[in-house]
Design a protein around this ligand. Structure first.
Ligand code: HAM
Length: 424
């Protein structure tokens, strides 16, 4: 017996259905907001993440599944989607040829973090990136879309936390202030932070070990007038679209490319891994990766965490509506034709094995969760009919001519509890 890797898991029904439901709802929301899908590779050159996610981040320093392939190339499994989208945008000249710079992606990301509840080494993100728009309207639209998406899938009780990290200009002066403060507190820093504060002092504030103790007394970033205006405007626009949010100046985000607006959606119901979604602006990334000057904003939702929040809610009914049974050996072909006709009429239907006993097929039928068993035995075969046996609700068994079965079943389904009653 070979087990799965630690931190990698099988998604079994009904959780897998929940993932599909979340992804389907997301696709609908993306269509409403004019987003198109980008399917980007799971493997990229390692350098892509080193240069964009950042070589001082935990993701790149410690958590990447990186390896050298047979051809001596340094490769990594994507730990996040943004770098791949930016690469694809530049490589395919989407700034010129694309419709509106709005892209979404859905897929697995890989991070070698210590596994725990809500934290896996392979996890699914639904991500959105809006490239080529510097306006606060883009910030407000993106965050509103995110909140609507979470509402649509049924997530409740989340809070939206917002901050601004300013532009390169505001950060220049702040960097020196913060660096001085960190140098003075050098003995309190963890070893990795000691090594990286000169390259990226902001990382110490986001560090899981140092951050909480250092952040309180650390000098605060003061935004330049343009960044202040952008941040204020974003919040005003969020009021107009009805998105409640809180500003938290301690929100730093652990990836290097962020500028200006950053945000997270958190849920108290998730425990220590409480971020359902993270995102923000990355106005300088596209240019720094060799593309045009294209300010951008995006986010990624952790689908595994959304699924945790929805686990106890009633699941979508994925059971077949009917289960077809051949109660006589010669009835198999007719039963198979009936199954085909039901499915062609859009009625989800299943069967087990027409060559097994009636008892065994009935057992499978009970297990299937179907609303009706459709049985063809010797008598039905002679009459060119099938018997319909309700499985979920009380009711008489009835015999119906085979050609009428699909339309009759549709009528019966309409009359089931929860649906308005229909006279048959
Ligand atoms: P992130 O904050 O690293 O941002 O990840 C986004 C979300 O992915 C998190 O809020 C969380 O829900 C989920 N997530 C992260 N790591 C794990 C894990 N190990 N197991 C389960 N879920 C996890 C990004 O990835 C950025 N690319 C977001 C972005 C897009 N920013 C701009 N555009």
């Amino acid at each position: 017996m070979i087990n799965s890797l630690r931190g990698f898991r099988d998604l079994l029904p009904p959780e897998s259905d929940l993932f599909t439901r979340i992804e389907t709802a997301a696709r609908e929301v993306f269509r409403l907001y004019g987003y198109q899908e980008l399917r980007i590779p799971t493997l990229e050159k390692k350098e892509l993440f080193v240069k964009s996610t950042g070589d001082t981040t935990d993701i790149v320093e410690k958590e990447m599944y990186a390896f050298t392939d047979g051809g001596g190339r340094e490769i990594a499994n994507r730990p996040e989607g943004t770098p791949g989208v930016v690469r694809a945008y530049i490589e395919n000249n989407l700034g010129q040829t694309g419709r509106n710079g709005k892209y979404f992606y859905i897929g697995s990301m890989f991070r070698a973090e210590r596994p725990q509840a809500g934290r896996y080494r392979e996890f699914t993100q639904i991500g959105a990136e809006h490239i080529g728009n510097a306006s606060p309207y883009a910030d407000a639209e993106t965050i509103t879309m995110l909140v609507r998406l979470l509402e649509k899938v049924g997530v409740e009780g989340c809070s939206v936390v917002l901050n601004s990290l300013g532009c390169a200009e505001c950060r220049k002066a702040y960097r020196e202030l913060l660096l001085n403060y960190l140098r003075l507190n050098n003995t309190a820093l963890c070893e990795p932070c000691k090594g990286r504060i000169e390259r990226n002092p902001l990382r110490a504030l986001d560090c899981k070990i140092d951050g909480p103790a250092l952040a309180e007394k650390a000098p605060k970033l003061s935004l330049c007038p343009a960044c202040t205006e952008h941040f204020t405007r974003t919040q005003e626009l969020l009021k107009i679209s009805g998105v409640e949010h809180q500003v938290n100046t301690g929100l730093v985000r652990g990836l290097d490319y962020y500028t200006s607006t950053v945000f997270e959606v958190r849920s108290g119901a998730l425990g220590s891994q409480d971020a359902v979604c993270g995102g923000g602006r990355y106005d300088d990334l596209v240019k720094s990766m060799g593309g045009p000057a294209a300010p951008a904003i995006g986010w990624a939702v952790g689908v595994d965490r959304v699924a945790m929040l929805l686990k106890d809610k009633p699941a979508a009914d994925t059971a077949p509506k009917t289960f077809v049974i051949a109660a006589a050996k010669e009835a198999g072909e007719k039963a198979f034709a009936l199954l085909t006709a039901l499915r062609a009429a859009g009625i989800s239907s299943d069967f087990s094995n027409f060559e097994l006993s009636l008892k065994s097929q009935m057992r499978s039928s009970d297990k299937s969760g179907a609303a009706f068993a459709l049985i063809i035995g010797e008598d039905e075969l002679k009459a060119g009919a099938c018997s319909i046996k309700p499985l979920k609700e009380r009711g008489e068994q009835q015999t119906i001519p085979l050609p009428d079965a699909p339309s009759h079943i549709k009528q019966l389904l309409k009359g089931l509890s929860g649906n308005p009653p229909v006279s048959i």
